[in-house]
Design a protein around this ligand. Structure first.
Ligand SMILES: CC(=O)SCCNC(=O)CCNC(=O)[C@H](O)C(C)(C)COP(=O)(O)OP(=O)(O)OC[C@H]1O[C@@H](n2cnc3c(N)ncnc32)[C@H](O)[C@@H]1OP(=O)(O)O
Ligand SMILES: CC(C)C(=O)C(=O)O
Ligand SMILES: [Mg+2]
Length: 568
């Protein structure tokens, strides 16, 4: 385990321009991590606003579940909620209680089992919704009602059929009604980023005046841009007289792939709550991904000056749980939690990683709960990584053998998508893949299939001279062995022929073992190749080369009567 290069939290809030990039890097390398994990009192807006802790509001179980195909059973929701508590999420939006009896039950059960986290239910600006939310949240130690109404002209006109005054009245009524059940009331202006600023300020002021403790400004359709969102959050702070009585919150969707950027932008402008989901699941293109927001704030605490209470070492586990219960795969190159997030295949990068991991990683894999970075062997890999990998696998080769193995590895990697550890073992052990000094299989072609004669043509180099021959047989392997017998006539007989798949998949290498016997000696040969016939012929030539080399050393030995022909 190596030291985590990412360090958090300077005790200040970044409201103005941060340090220069150069100063930032210096900072990153020299300060210490301080995961502030104490629960936050989310009703004390003034305190939260004055601090450097960002409230993490997870909506995996509400907005996350809203996308097609992500529905979770009660049991699955309870498992996710338990994981979110362990992760250190501050607020868990457990559902939309009025949506169905199932949603009510899951909010209720999550509330019953909750510990530190604030449990929250969504509710429209309707008494029935709010009462249902309050009922479902009753067992929670800490509860929040999250009520919302659209504020944009488009939504007012076409969706709600309400004018500005009616919307303002609905805000006053819903927020004050929600406050009868709890001190922790969040109000959201749905489609806030497409709302006329002047009306938005009035709507927010109305929510605060009626007791809202958190004001969420959703970018409901993922339309805004970071600069614009910064401008909006700053304008709200400058134009809503009592804004400091509430925590400002960002809720961003990913329609333009900007959900995380916009959320971070809002924080840099003074928002102190971010709404997000594990793996970024959610309506349409999804919500801002929790793991990306948290790790961005942690990794760039030097610039942002804020942190969260999340135990980042549980991030990978949480991501895998949500992926498995929703059945949504995690894309390989997904930031933080994708399987390639800490994997390196390119030789130059692998070499850098071996010399100092910070050359190509800005956070440690351990910091997000991954055991270690992986050096994946493939056609882009170089000698440094190859040598290191072989060493890990227990092979220490001399310079010439290493060079030879590296050449064969590159040939194999050109033909095979992934070169697994077992492929490397097959490649270097027992001389597999190089037939011997005295014989070299340089060409092989076979005709096989249904309704064709099985014929093989081989070329074998012996002491620099090419010997070619063709022969038929009972199947392509038999034909190849017969052709080898024609090209290099010999009296050895086949004692053993075995094929194994080294790894899985249709491009897996076949590992073939052949044993040949003659004159009281027998020698094994091994061949490995994605083409089974090539692997077989290599193994045969490998065994034959050893026999011929030994026979040249001791020509007088008598024939062994036990040697028999073996069927293929
Ligand atoms: C941006 C968001 O993510 S908002 C949350 C979206 N999530 C969901 O909708 C999931 C859960 N929803 C549901 O189960 C259902 O939609 C229910 C139970 C909430 C409502 O179902 P229904 O009563 O059949 O209404 P339906 O969904 O068809 O239409 C929504 C109604 O709510 C009204 N409405 C929408 N938002 C709000 C609001 N914030 N406050 C008050 N009324 C609202 C609409 O104008 C419409 O009213 P109308 O029937 O008078 O035209
Ligand atoms: C209900 C609100 C917060 C929402 O999900 C949105 O506007 O995207
Ligand atoms: Mg949303």
């Amino acid at each position: 385990m190596r030291a985590d290069p990412v360090r958090a939290l300077p005790n200040r809030i970044a409201r103005g321009p941060g340090p220069s990039l150069f100063e930032a890097r210096q900072f990153q390398m020299t300060t210490e991590t301080n995961p502030a994990r104490q629960p936050v009192d989310t009703t004390r807006a003034a305190e939260v606003n004055a601090g450097d802790r960002v409230v993490i509001f997870d909506t995996t179980l509400r907005d996350g579940e809203q996308c097609p195909g992500a529905s979770m059973t009660l049991d699955e929701k309870l498992r996710v909620a338990e994981m979110l508590e362990r992760l250190g999420v501050d607020v868990i939006e457990a559902g939309f209680a009025i949506a169905s009896n199932g949603d009510f039950e899951s909010v209720y059960k999550i509330a019953e089992r909750s510990r530190e986290a604030v449990i929250c239910s969504l509710a429209r600006a309707k008494h029935a919704d709010i009462e249902r939310a309050a009922e479902a949240l009753k067992p929670a130690r800490r509860r929040r009602i999250h009520t919302f109404i659209s504020t944009s002209p488009l939504h007012r006109k076409f969706k709600l059929n309400m004018d500005e005054a009616q919307v303002l009245e609905a805000i006053a009524d819903s927020v004050s009604f929600a406050r009868r059940f709890t001190d922790d009331v969040e109000w959201s202006c749905e489609d806030g980023t497409r709302t006329e600023p002047e009306f938005l300020y009035r709507a927010i002021e109305m929510a605060i005046a009626n007791g809202a403790t958190t004001i969420n400004v959703p970018d409901t359709v993922g339309y805004t841009m970071p600069e614009e969102y910064i401008g909006l959050i700053r304008a709200i702070r400058n134009n809503v007289p009592n804004i400091d009585k509430a925590i400002l919150s960002a809720h961003c969707h990913n329609d333009l792939g900007l959900a995380v950027a916009n959320s971070l932008a809002a924080v840099s402008a003074g928002a102190r709550q971010v709404e997000c989901t594990i793996n970024g699941i959610g309506e349409r293109a999804g919500n801002a991904a929790l793991e990306e927001i948290v790790m961005a704030m942690r990794t760039r605490a030097d610039l942002m000056g804020v942190g969260t209470g999340i135990d980042t070492t549980l991030i990978t586990q949480a991501s895998q749980l949500v992926s498995s219960v929703t059945g949504f795969p995690i894309q390989y190159n997904k930031s933080i939690v994708g399987r390639n997030a800490f994997a390196h295949e390119s030789g130059i990068h692998q070499d850098g990683m071996l010399k100092n991991a910070q050359t190509y990683e800005i956070m440690t894999p351990e910091s997000v709960g991954v055991n270690k970075s992986s050096l994946v062997m493939g056609k882009h890999s170089g000698r440094h990584a190859f040598k290191t990998k072989l060493k890990e696998l227990g092979f220490e080769l001399g310079d010439n053998a290493l060079e030879d193995a590296f050449r064969r590895f590159k040939d194999l990697a050109d033909r095979k998508k992934t070169v697994f550890d077992d492929d490397l073992v097959a490649l270097v052990s027992d001389g597999a893949g190089h037939e011997g000094e005295s014989l070299k299989l340089t060409a092989l072609a076979v005709a096989c299939g249904i309704g064709v004669d099985h014929v093989a043509t081989v070329t074998i180099e012996r002491e620099g001279v090419a010997h070619s021959a063709s022969a038929g047989g009972n199947g392509p392997v038999d034909a190849a062995f017969n052709a080898i017998g024609q090209a290099i006539p010999h009296e050895a007989v086949l004692q053993l022929y075995q094929v194994q798949s080294v790894t899985e998949g249709t491009d897996a290498q076949a590992r073939v073992t052949v044993r040949l016997g003659a004159r009281g000696r027998s020698h094994g040969g091994i061949g490995a190749d994605p083409d089974t016939v090539v692997a077989s012929a290599s193994a045969y030539v490998n065994a034959l080369a050893k026999l011929l080399e030994k026979a040249a050393d001791a020509p007088e030995e008598a024939a062994d009567p036990s040697i028999r022909s073996a069927a293929i």
